[in-house]
Design a protein around this ligand. Structure first.
Ligand code: SF4
Length: 418
């Protein structure tokens, strides 16, 4: 059985943080995202995500943890569905009934209406989304409550509301002659339920990296401009590919008056980008792409659109995790492929396609530090709880928030990827 320690040690590159070899429970009580996170990642106060794993589970051997997970799955049968994101570690993903990106998993949660419990091996916003879309009788569990997303936390509800007030004061609330609203809010899936609800209440929509272009088209049909949060890179890369000039994409920094922009800049804006990013995808660089091309002539390079724009421009292709997977499937035996996304997914593709040379663009291995917190210990503890009739680490979105968020999520589900 592979453990996180062996995963890191077996990888031929250095890890971005030696602390990653420790159990994630070592960091459950620390005020931050733990090892692997960028120094710019800060959990906003007063968000607290305690994730203390009982000591008995911390001490269990890998064999015992996996035996407990298998036994609990067997006992719970059809009452349980486990969802696993592509970025999840192998020791956990092997138990998932569905593996996919956030768009696919949002849909997958709907395909098991008879399951009493959805265990989401991903991060907090994904479990919230599953709870919003699930039937009221279904319960959603996030095995470790400390599995947040640093990007999602970069846009909090108060800051977005304050931005929205400034924009409405500037643009007014009247539609133009074509019936288009002054501004449409679009939130990336990687955001809190509160922000999805904000979009639902204000004529907006949720997008994923799979359907971002379809969603922006939807928004431009209804609005003169878009407020896109929290990921500046996905917003910029998607809008640029649709022909929106960079000078019409000002960035909104919530700590500055008018987001740090002039009135003129905002009046000519087509897409206002929030000042957020993913600390994993921010690591990819043009220099890495140049090095890969120099060392592997003929290499094909694909990156995730959460990567900075120069990286996307220098790659051969950019796409969601599902698109990256399809890119590899469509390649030929003998091909060399460099991928700019999270290391667990890259390692899994490399193992699945041994007749291709597949490697991560970043030579310093850095997993998503929050996804990494779903260790088999937490999965065993929550599943054992279900067997004993105890629901541990349930994610419950308040009804009023869920109602508005569902409006924006259902618009997202109808916006199929191109
Ligand atoms: S990879 Fe980045 S955006 Fe995705 S969950 Fe991890 S921190 Fe969040």
């Amino acid at each position: 059985m592979t453990s996180v320690n062996t995963l890191i040690v077996q990888t031929p590159a250095a890890s971005c943080d030696v602390e990653l070899a420790k159990g994630p429970w070592e960091f459950d009580q620390l005020p931050g995202y733990g090892p692997g996170a960028s120094e710019n990642d800060r959990i906003p106060e007063p968000v607290v995500r305690p994730g203390q794993l009982p000591a008995a589970y911390q001490r269990m051997s890998d064999e015992e943890l996996h035996a407990r997970i298998r036994a609990a799955k067997e006992t719970l049968g059809e009452k349980l569905v486990i969802l696993g994101h592509f970025y999840q570690r192998d020791e956990v993903i092997q138990y998932a009934d569905f593996v996919g990106d956030s768009f696919q998993l949002a849909n997958a949660a709907l395909t098991k209406p008879d399951a009493e419990t959805i265990v989401f091996c991903g991060v907090h916003f994904m479990a919230e989304t599953a709870d919003i879309l699930a039937r009221p009788e279904q319960q959603v569990i996030l095995p470790n409550l400390a599995a947040g997303c640093s990007m999602a936390d970069m846009a909090d509800e108060d800051s977005v509301e304050a931005c929205w007030e400034d924009l409405l004061e500037l643009y007014g609330t009247e539609p133009d002659a074509d019936g288009r609203q002054p501004v449409i809010p679009v939130t990336y899936m990687n955001s809190s339920a509160a922000l999805k609800a904000f979009c639902g209440r204000n004529g907006g929509i949720v997008c994923t990296s799979s359907n971002a272009a379809t969603v922006l088209e939807w928004a431009f049909e209804r609005g003169q401009r878009v407020l896109f949060f929290p990921d500046q890179h996905l917003g910029r890369n998607t809008a640029k590919a649709m022909g929106v000039p960079l000078e019409q994409m000002p960035m909104w920094n919530p700590r500055k008056p008018l987001g740090g922009n002039s009135v003129d800049d905002l009046e000519s804006a087509r897409v206002i980008l929030w000042h957020g990013f993913c600390s994993v995808h921010k690591r990819f660089s043009v220099a890495q792409i140049e090095k890969a091309r120099a060392e592997h002539p003929g290499v094909k390079i694909i990156v995730h659109p959460e990567s900075p724009m120069p990286v996307v421009d220098a790659a051969d292709a950019a796409g969601s995790t599902d698109a990256i997977r399809k890119f590899v499937i469509a390649s030929q035996p003998g091909d060399t492929i460099a991928i700019g996304t999270e290391i667990n997914m890259v390692n899994r593709l490399a193992a699945e396609f041994p007749d291709r040379t597949i490697f991560c663009l970043d030579p310093v291995v850095c997993p998503c530090s929050t996804m990494y917190r779903i260790h088999p210990g937490y999965l065993a503890w929550t599943l054992d709880g279900l067997v004993a009739g105890e629901v541990r680490n349930e994610i419950v979105v308040a009804d009023d928030v869920a109602t508005d968020a569902k409006v924006a999520l259902e618009r997202m589900l109808a916006a199929l990827p191109r």
